[in-house]
Design a protein around this ligand. Structure first.
Ligand SMILES: NC(=O)C1=CN([C@@H]2O[C@H](COP(=O)(O)OP(=O)(O)OC[C@H]3O[C@@H](n4cnc5c(N)ncnc54)[C@H](OP(=O)(O)O)[C@@H]3O)[C@@H](O)[C@H]2O)[C@@H](O)CC1
Ligand SMILES: Nc1ncnc2c1ncn2[C@@H]1O[C@H](COP(=O)(O)OP(=O)(O)O)[C@@H](O)[C@H]1O
Ligand SMILES: [K+]
Length: 479
């Protein structure tokens, strides 16, 4: 699991670390890491230059230490044979010592963009920035057409603590950050502008508060935590999952949700609803009944995908919520809950809600906006449940304050029915005994992995193709 810390926490840690170090020590560490990454990128870039030697580098240097990092890294690249031009985007306001070092090494200070740039180093603003860019920086970014853009610490212009991008901002191919990940690297539109993230160790780790603001799961977490069956298991000990999804009008949702559940760790999938014949045709291993009441005991329930929002679903939702087992409420069940929040009055067992933005708005009253982690956290606390807020970089917030950000996924998931598959998979993880927030996080991670795998072969996959990929993607965890 990777931690993510906000600016204030980074500042506190930096102050502690700096206490025992000479001035500029941290900036030199940062610049050394940044220069090393730039050298590697230049080495991999086809062209006349050999690594940094002969490459054309442009530095956009802002007024603070972020500009200082960029200039000191460029100084190192010049010493390896690069030609570097720096533009101080706020004129006189530039890191003096770093600029002097840059110029002493042979760097050129200019006011206009050079005609050719192999590598643009964005040192306009870092964690000291407010969202947006100075006008001069916007103009320069429109003029320079680099082959590659490397952002220093964060892509300048983004809101570092929320990941929002309310104004102009840099679009980086690679971001080289220092000490730890920040929210902008993993959340919202800023995450899309971060590109590949390279984390440089500058010795900050021991000084950071032990709990980050956000947690980003890794493949190793999946490998360690996935509940694979063992020799002593039978179908019941692996967990029984109940699916109350689909309807005569929407049998597809039932088929997709059961496909998601079947690919998960549960040993037995029971379907309750009007699409039982269609589900059985697609998945002969699923046992079907007409209603939640006749489905027998399960260790989790999923209700909502394609269920409709009529009386019958409202009745089934009450049945599910009355059972003392974890439940996933998706789609129409979320709409019904938004209309009748009192349904949760006596609910104690774990509950996972899986809204997309419009469903979130129905439940919370306002849309998540661009402070997505905070929004998910607020809803989780209000309803005392786990919220899986869908989108690129899906967020899972738990009422205990834990927030996960999913690093996997693919725009190909933006197709009807993929949410049904995800909901079934999460319900299966719950049935296998995984705690709610972790089940939601693991489901989103593997769903995103499967989508990536399919999208590498098929330009516009459909939900059933993603569902079909899941068993293989999950099975590979055990290799
Ligand atoms: N923390 C660490 O561990 C380490 C940190 N290091 C590095 O330090 C960086 C932080 O440096 P920093 O504090 O000097 O702030 P930075 O981001 O350069 O910018 C602040 C300046 O920008 C200005 N400004 C802000 N927003 C603006 C806007 N929208 N449009 C226009 N101007 C704007 C603001 O001026 P103001 O307008 O407030 O007067 C102020 O002058 C960090 O990201 C990393 O690269 C490493 O060296 C070592 C380890
Ligand atoms: N642009 C995107 N990039 C990555 N994932 C996306 C994107 N758009 C949607 N998704 C994912 O696709 C799924 C869509 O779910 P949902 O909206 O419930 O669809 P449906 O109700 O049709 O099944 C979610 O897992 C969501 O996170
Ligand atoms: K930057």
């Amino acid at each position: 699991m990777h931690g993510v810390w906000r600016t204030a926490a980074v500042r506190r840690a930096e102050a502690e670390l700096m206490r025992g170090l000479p001035p500029l020590a941290l900036m030199h560490r940062a610049a050394a890491g940044l220069a090393a990454t730039c050298t590697q990128l230049l080495r991999a870039m086809p062209g006349k230059h050999a690594g940094a030697y002969g490459a054309h580098i442009t530095v956009l240097a802002g007024p603070g230490d972020n500009g200082g990092d960029a200039l000191l890294a460029a100084e190192r690249l010049i010493r390896q044979g690069a030609q570097a031009t720096a533009i101080a985007v706020m004129g006189e306001r530039v890191h003096r010592q770093a600029l002097r070092a840059f110029r002493d090494a042979g760097g050129r200070l200019a006011t206009t963009a050079p005609t050719h740039t192999d590598l643009l180093i964005d040192g306009i603003i870092g964690i000291g920035g407010r969202p947006g860019l100075p006008e001069r920086a916007v103009q320069l970014l429109e003029t320079i057409h680099p082959r590659l853009t490397v952002a220093v610490d964060v892509p300048s212009g983004v809101d570092v603590d929320t990941g929002a991008v309310p104004g102009p901002a840099v679009n980086a191919d690679v971001t080289v950050t220092f000490g730890c990940r920040k929210p902008a690297h993993v959340l919202g539109d800023a995450a899309l502008r971060t590109g590949y993230l390279d984390l440089i160790d500058i010795g900050l780790g021991p000084y950071l508060e032990c709990e980050g603001y956000l947690q980003v799961p890794t493949l190793d977490d999946m490998i360690e935590q996935w509940p694979f069956p063992d020799e002593l298991d039978d179908k019941y000990t692996r967990g029984v999952v109940g699916i109350a999804a689909g309807s005569a009008e929407y049998p597809g949702a039932a088929i997709l949700a059961t496909a998601g559940a079947l690919s998960g760790p549960a040993g037995y999938v029971r379907y309750a609803g009007a699409a039982k014949a269609q589900v059985h045709n697609h998945h002969p291993e699923v046992v079907g009944t007409d209603s939640v009441a006749t489905a027998g005991r399960t260790q989790s329930w999923l209700i909502g995908p394609g269920s409709g929002t009529g009386e019958a679903t409202a009745h089934e939702l009450k049945q599910v919520l009355a059972r003392p087992v974890p439940a996933v409420l998706d789609a129409d069940a979320i709409t019904l809950l938004a209309q009748s929040p009192h349904l949760l009055a006596n609910r104690e067992a774990p509950l996972v809600l899986t809204p997309h933005d419009r469903e979130f708005e129905r439940l919370y009253g306002t849309a998540p906006g661009d402070r997505r982690a905070e929004a998910a956290m607020a809803l989780a606390k209000r309803l005392h449940c786990t919220v899986l807020l869908k989108g690129h970089h899906t967020i899972v917030a738990d009422s205990d304050g834990t927030v996960y950000v999913n690093p996997t996924g693919h725009p190909a998931l933006a197709t009807a029915g993929t949410g049904d598959v995800l909901a079934g998979l999460v319900a299966s993880l719950l049935a296998a005994g995984i705690p709610a927030a972790r089940a939601a996080m693991m489901g989103a991670f593997m769903h995103g992995m499967a989508a990536r795998a399919v999208a590498s072969e098929i330009v516009s996959p459909v939900a059933s193709q993603i569902a079909a990929e899941l068993p293989g993607t999950i099975g590979a965890l055990n290799d």
